[in-house]
Design a protein around this ligand. Structure first.
Ligand code: SF4
Ligand code: SF4
Length: 306
């Protein structure tokens, strides 16, 4: 539906405010009270970086699917990027649930989590939501912690595990090396393990890292293997967008081929990979965050702490 002039004016004003905030980042000392603690933020580099573009018009979901169709039809190797606009995340956890349904994991394990923080800023309390999954680093510390070949980069940028080799102590070493703790070692637990009846959803087979797997009791071939988000590569390979992207209620998720100059992802990132958040870890992440500073400071964003 087309936006009203009033709605567009409000959104433009909000975006300008966000841009001004970004322009102020890095201009001085950065401190704030977060969760009752005084924290000091790193000198942000966002002052040197132009802000994200305005929101695209039309249906974002349809545009992303059309972009994906075009990439597959072209036969060219894509360069996948995910953008998370934390300004739109409403903390509903729809993406986490969709991820779990798509990529079966046991209790307490999720490839996608939404971190929620309540911040005490003077008299005001604020809630901040930040969806997190593997960043598909172009310089992944997890790969450096294990023998060559156990963790590889696909040509499209996805970090893939050889889950039949990345087991036991190797899986643990990779998990320890991930600076944002996005690797889980399969422990085989199921939601009905203490009940007599295993449920069908726990017995179904699924595709991960290019192989068909099962978490059935007594027949879990991923036991002790390292696991993580892989941009739902099994879906991408057949022309379907990642589950967390298609289920995002707040419209906070974008996904696409950065090599395609007419794609939505190229439009909203303006072809850049450098934004705030995780950049200072030197990981060259393929998950990019659009965000705003916390209230009461022009310097600190949610990625300052997590
Ligand atoms: S976020 Fe962690 S698990 Fe993912 S590629 Fe980077 S280091 Fe590896
Ligand atoms: S891309 Fe797939 S595996 Fe990764 S967080 Fe989203 S739903 Fe989960």
């Amino acid at each position: 539906m087309p936006k009203s002039a009033e709605q567009s004016a409000i959104e433009t004003k909000a975006r300008r405010g966000f841009f001004r905030v970004l322009a102020g980042v890095g201009s001085g000392a950065a401190t704030a009270l977060v969760g009752g603690k005084l924290i000091t933020g790193t000198k942000a580099r966002a002052a040197e970086i132009p802000p994200p573009l305005a929101e695209p018009s039309g249906s974002v979901a349809i545009r992303m699917q059309e972009d994906l169709d075009a990439t597959i039809a072209s036969g060219k190797t894509p360069s996948w990027l995910m953008v998370v606009d934390t300004r739109k995340c409403i903390g509903c956890d729809a993406c986490s649930v969709a991820c779990k349904a798509e990529n079966p994991t046991g209790p307490g394990v999720n490839f996608r989590r939404v971190i929620k923080r309540e911040l005490g800023m003077g008299a005001q309390n604020w809630a901040i939501f930040k969806p997190v999954n593997c960043l598909q680093c172009d310089d992944p510390p997890c790969a450096k912690a294990v023998p060559t070949g156990m963790i590889t980069k696909r040509p499209d940028g996805i970090v893939e595990f050889d889950d039949q080799k990345l087991k036991g102590s190797f899986a643990q070493a990779a998990a320890q090396a991930c600076p944002i703790r996005q690797i889980h070692v399969e422990n085989g637990k199921t939601y009905t393990q203490d009940t007599p009846a295993e449920q069908p959803y726990e017995q179904r087979s699924f595709v991960e890292n290019g192989r068909v797997h099962s978490r059935k009791r007594g027949a879990n071939d991923m036991q002790d293997s390292a696991r993580k988000c892989n941009f739902c590569s099994h879906l991408l390979d057949v022309g379907v967008l990642p589950s967390c992207v298609t289920t995002c209620v707040g419209g906070a998720m974008y996904f696409g081929d950065a090599n395609n100059p007419t794609s939505l992802i190229h439009e909203i990132t303006k072809g850049r990979r450098e934004f705030t958040g995780h950049q200072n870890l030197g990981l060259k992440p393929r998950v990019i965050y659009f965000e705003e500073s916390m209230p009461g400071t022009t310097h600190i964003s949610c990625t300052a702490c997590h």
